[in-house]
Design a protein around this ligand. Sequence first.
Ligand code: PRP
Ligand code: URA
Length: 209
Amino acid sequence: MQGVTVVDHPLVQHKLTIMRDKDTSTASFRRLLREISLLLCYEVTRDLELTTRTIETPMVTMEAPTLEGKKLVFASVLRAGNGLLDGMLDLVPAARVAHIGLYRDQDTLEAVEYFFKAPSNLEDRLIIVVDPMLATANSAVAAVDKLKERGATNIRFLCLLAAPEGIERFTTAHPDVPVFTASVDEKLNEKGYILPGLGDAGDRMYGTK
Ligand code: PRP
Ligand code: URA
């Protein structure tokens, strides 16, 4: 699949299996999502541009590698995106954060926006949109539409699980936005849930229903 990277690292796959298990507790689910986010962050940032700066080690002067360009933006699609965001910020503490509040209307499955707050100068920055689930892709498409309206041009989308239907819709709507996921599952059910999936990511993270 063009533009789609499946992060099939054994640690990611092992942790994902525990997350899918319906008997996994809320506390474990949250911890595992944070742990997986570190590994996914590593993949989604692996080609970031480097420059060098002069530093003094205790031994000598050297030209040492350092990240180039403006600070990254992590754009979390609320609520469940925050489960990926925390670990990503552990790895890239200087990143800026955008919050995009969206929920799926249960009947239409359309994304309904209730909040948007993003740093300025989106046009100069790499933006990594994070949301564990890409199901119909209505939420992901709406999140990226909104960021593009605000000037963003360099965007990546990072999730934990994707449905083939969601990937098709997302890559058609935003062919310029690469997708990173830990798994492409089988299909959506008639209610727009991913199969085999892991259920409702937000509810499992926060113990709601
Ligand atoms: C979930 C998930 C995505 C969306 C995916 O959020 O976190 O944002 O569904 O589904 P889609 O691809 O069909 O749009 P939800 O709307 O349940 O909100 P929540 O994170 O607040 O629970
Ligand atoms: N949102 C979820 O949290 N889970 C799904 O399976 C689909 C959408």
